[in-house]
Design a protein around this ligand. Structure first.
Ligand code: ZN
Length: 293
């Protein structure tokens, strides 16, 4: 039976796993992201020791170039993360292991994991949005990973901000008060001076967070018509938040989208990831499977 390798490559940590699915992960390591050379060497060593995997999938932080026809295919492109800009991620793994390599954004991979084994099973158009250190979205459209010019950058959409309610100008180095600039973990911490995990339930941060996420989700629903939205990431671990986001999203849509999913089944429509923190690494395993077929 075939064995798959998955790399979930994050800006702060890497997770590498070998297995066939959620119930069959045979080996796994986690380690902090260092320089590209040492970080990729650790991954390659792991697969040599714990494999051999028949293919490897890479779920990467971005921006990346996922277009196989491009000369920069398989690279991380313009990341501000030191040393990682223009790294040929796929090339490094492929030349060291000599197996097919699948490559996509961390969020597209997480979406794929949720589609295969989690909260998005049976759907062909849906979103996976992570709200954590950054905000990113991916998913499937008509059964295929969302890609085009490059890949979606849902965290960087413009949002209405009323300076009399929220004078905070945002933390995105490119746009200031885009979605990520206003609603990511670092944005919450910068605005209120308290890390997300230390905010009490009654802190006004949560109401404002739900307001921005609801506005963003309503826009995504209007533009992409997803059959479901899966909301993951560290900020979403605050359990009451998802309920408030459902409410804000519905309020923002204001009855315009006439679908039972939104009018009656919001609990299912805006869902937590069924794979929890495992969507990314399992998505990478699903990418490996796809690369081999
Ligand atoms: Zn931005």
């Amino acid at each position: 039976m075939a064995l798959w390798g998955g790399i979930e490559a994050g800006g702060t940590k890497f997770v590498c796993a070998v297995g066939t699915g959620p119930d069959d992960i045979r080996h796994e390591i986690r380690y902090p992201t260092g320089s590209p050379d040492e970080t990729l060497a650790t991954a390659v060593e792991f697969f040599k020791l714990r494999g051999p995997a028949d293919a490897v999938g890479i779920a990467s932080f971005g921006p990346i170039d996922p277009n196989p026809a491009s000369s920069a295919y398989g690279h991380i492109t313009t990341t501000p993360k030191e040393g990682w800009a223009n790294v040929d991620f796929v090339g490094a793994v492929q030349s060291a292991l000599d197996v097919p390599v699948g490559f996509d954004t961390d969020v597209n991979a997480a979406a794929l994991g949720e589609w295969k084994w989690g909260a998005a099973q049976g759907l062909d158009t849906f979103l996976y949005l992570t709200v954590g250190t950054g905000i990113g979205g991916g998913g499937l459209a008509n059964g295929k990973p969302m890609r085009g010019l490059l890949h979606p950058e849902m965290g960087h959409i413009a949002l209405p901000r009323d300076p009399s309610v929220d004078p905070f100008e945002g933390v995105c180095p490119y746009h200031g008060d885009c979605l990520e600039g206003l609603a990511s973990g670092p944005a919450i911490q910068a605005r209120w001076g308290t890390p997300v995990e230390e905010l009490l339930d009654e802190h006004p941060a949560w109401e404002l967070e739900a307001h921005y996420l609801g506005a963003a989700l309503a826009s995504f629903i209007c533009v992409l018509s997803p059959q479901r939205i899966v909301l993951g990431g560290g900020v979403m671990k605050h359990a009451p938040l998802i309920r408030a986001v459902r409410k804000e999203t519905r309020a923002r849509l204001n009855g315009y989208i006439q679908s039972p999913a939104i009018l009656e089944e919001m609990e299912r429509y805006i869902a937590a990831p069924a794979l929890g923190d495992r969507s990314g690494v399992l998505g990478a395993i699903a990418l490996a499977q796809g690369a081999a077929s």
